[in-house]
Write a protein that binds this ligand. Structure first.
Ligand code: MEV
Length: 297
């Protein structure tokens, strides 16, 4: 079964679109997919109950066309099962793209490397996000804990301690394309402010990698909080995300921030240990927010 994994950006979203580095963790959850010969080309997506043919006009059909063209012409049916919330900052569309690409690879008898899979899935991502940095499709194909920078080979980060994360969903979805476009508009109006924020975030990414390598989780948590404040200054946070980050911190998180495009979607918190991570999940449950524990690296 082909698999594309979800991701959580721990530091650096949005700046990464402008060539700055970002640090992300692959998740255990994602999209599984399988391809077989068929009478005509079709993509089925569960549990959304969606059926797409490459001739349809919606974005999903365009994305399917974008990758379908890379493979033999004989008709194929791809069935994908999505176990990630869509529009929640966890890289659902990239995980779907990678799942579909890997299913088509297996069907066509091809064995590309993870980086080649990521490259193919970028065609899919471009349909949805216009100008993606490439972090989501890279994480969906490779997983692990990676330092990503557009145009450079991703660098695996060796954290000294296990990293216990809590991912909490605000329940409101947002469009990555819309949030990236909104930041671009702000940058047109006040380039100095936006570039200044991204430079500060880039320094946090650098310091964050060093903190993880040295096992300084408290410092890493502080960097997450600072990164969140800068993202909020770019109007990427919401009241719900603020409440959730606050709740996670009060429940013992070392740091918490929005993750992904913002404007809704998920937050990620760093717990000092596994037990605390479960406590944080429970406290988010008390404010009616779904959350789960994930381990990075
Ligand atoms: C989306 O997961 C991350 C963004 O930085 C967009 C991108 O990198 O393409 C918001």
């Amino acid at each position: 079964m082909a698999f594309g994994r979800g991701k959580a950006i721990l530091l650096g979203e949005h700046g990464v679109v402008y060539g700055h580095p970002a640090l992300a963790a692959g998740l255990e959850v994602g999209v599984t997919a399988f391809a077989t010969d068929a009478k005509e080309d079709r993509l089925f997506i569960d549990p959304w109950d969606v059926e797409v043919s490459p001739a349809d006009t919606p974005e999903l059909a365009a994305a399917f066309r974008a990758v379908r063209g890379l493979y033999p012409e004989r008709p194929v049916e791809v069935r994908a099962t999505v176990a990630l919330p869509a529009g929640a900052g966890l890289g659902c569309s990239a995980a779907l793209g990678v799942g579909v690409v890997r299913a088509l690879d297996a069907w066509a008898g091809e064995t590309p490397t993870d980086d080649e899979v990521a490259e193919r899935a970028l065609r899919w991502e471009r349909v949805f996000h216009g100008n993606p940095s490439g972090i989501d499709n890279t994480m969906a194909a490779r997983g692990g804990l990676l330092l990503f920078q557009h145009g450079a080979a991703p660098v695996p980060v060796r954290a000294r301690n296990p990293i216990h994360l809590v991912i909490g969903n605000s329940g409101s979805s947002s469009s990555t394309r819309a949030m990236v476009d909104d930041v671009a508009r702000q940058r047109t109006r006040s380039q100095k402010k936006v570039d200044g924020a991204f430079e500060a975030i880039a320094a946090m990414v650098k310091n964050g990698v060093a903190a993880l390598e040295r096992g300084e989780l408290k410092n890493f948590g502080q960097l997450m909080d600072m990164n969140h404040a800068l993202l909020a200054s770019l109007m990427l946070s919401t009241n719900e995300l603020e409440t959730m980050c606050q709740e996670a911190r009060s429940a013992g998180a070392l740091g918490a921030k929005l993750t992904g495009a913002g404007g809704g979607g998920c937050m990620v918190a760093l717990a000092p240990n596994a037990e605390k991570a479960h406590e944080i999940v429970r406290s988010l449950g008390h404010i009616n927010k779904e959350a789960f524990v994930a381990q990075a690296g």
